[in-house]
Design a protein. Structure first.
Length: 317
């Protein structure tokens, strides 16, 4: 059963009527309703297209968090072959909020890693809703260093509200782990590409997204803090989250204008959750194109281009 967001009510009503007509047609209880179905399908599709062409930042936040939006493991099984997850940071333990390992992407060997939020209550708890502890980022460091050693491009799929803010994470050096992961991203002598597939939250995202190319799905969000967190700090009122989302410039369109992301990947009408395969195909094509652009650079050139990319942010618009 399709899950609708609050702002999708007009489309939900049209599609409910459409389903009623289809059911009547299937039962043979109505005569010549084929034209009515066709007209209603066109009307519903137009309403959906117009709605998603003018989403507010807060509405995009809701789309980015949609529970049916494809997650890391969906991309891993759909776009990649021979993916072999590797566990543990070799220092403390395993963190399943970040998953990674070698894989094959359209004929080439790569290192794939990213955040997994989970899709059921059980898996969300297992993966801690995609919020990694220090051992998750230290595992990412281990995998990126392995990729550098074996000359494997690194592909990061980012989808997290942020690093886990718990006391145990802070006690084990959360800030140091994030800083170390960011540093390793910058120092790699192989191409690295990040895709913001849902939420890109704070240092938890940047730790694996400090890359040669940062790509972003059309209705994803990317910010230093969640809208709710910003509202709580600035106004001491989480009810102002919508206002915070607008002022923070968290959408792909704003971030491309500020040269923080390099490319926006279009999503199907109604968001990636309505047609996951089409959304993932688009992401795969964008990743392939980005890797092809970087293939001609040597390790020194990759490091220089990556460094200059991030140093230039905020210097010119």
């Amino acid at each position: 059963m399709r899950s609708y967001l609050d702002f999708e009510k007009p489309v939900a009503e049209l599609e409910a009527k459409l389903e009623e007509l289809r059911a009547m047609s299937a039962q043979g209880d109505a005569v010549a309703i084929g034209d009515d179905i066709a007209r209603l399908e066109t009307k519903a599709n137009e309403a959906l297209f117009q709605l998603y062409a003018n989403l507010s930042p807060w509405q995009k936040t809701s789309v980015a968090r949609h529970p049916l939006r494809p997650h890391f493991l969906d991309y891993a099984s759909y776009l990649f072959e021979e993916f072999t997850p590797l566990a543990g940071d070799r220092l403390f333990g395993e963190d399943e909020a970040i998953i990674g390992g070698p894989a094959r992407f359209r004929g080439r060997a790569v290192m794939l890693l990213g955040h997994e939020k989970g899709s059921t209550t059980e898996t969300r708890i297992k993966h801690n809703f995609g919020m990694a502890r220090p051992e998750g980022y230290r595992k990412a460091v281990r995998l990126m260093e392995m990729a550098d050693r074996f000359q494997l491009p690194v592909i990061s799929l980012v989808d997290t509200a942020g690093a886990f803010p718990g006391l145990d994470a802070e006690e084990r050096g959360q800030a140091e782990a994030i800083a170390r992961s960011t540093d390793v991203c910058l120092s790699l002598g192989v191409p690295n590409v990040a895709v913001i597939i849902g939420e890109g939250g704070s240092g938890g995202a940047i730790a694996i997204a400090t890359t040669n190319r940062v790509l972003m799905l059309e209705h994803a969000i990317y910010s230093v803090i969640s809208p709710e967190g910003a509202a709580s700090i600035l106004w001491r009122d989480t009810a102002k989250a919508q206002e915070a989302a607008t002022n923070m410039k968290i959408t792909a369109q704003d971030l491309q204008r500020f040269h923080i992301v390099d490319q926006i990947i279009p999503e199907p009408a109604g968001g990636a959750h309505r047609n996951p395969e089409k959304a993932m195909d688009g992401a795969g094509d964008a990743i392939e194109s980005a890797l092809h652009e970087l293939d001609g650079l040597d390790p020194a050139g990759l490091r220089k281009a990556r460094r200059e990319k991030f140093l230039a942010i905020g210097r010119s618009l």
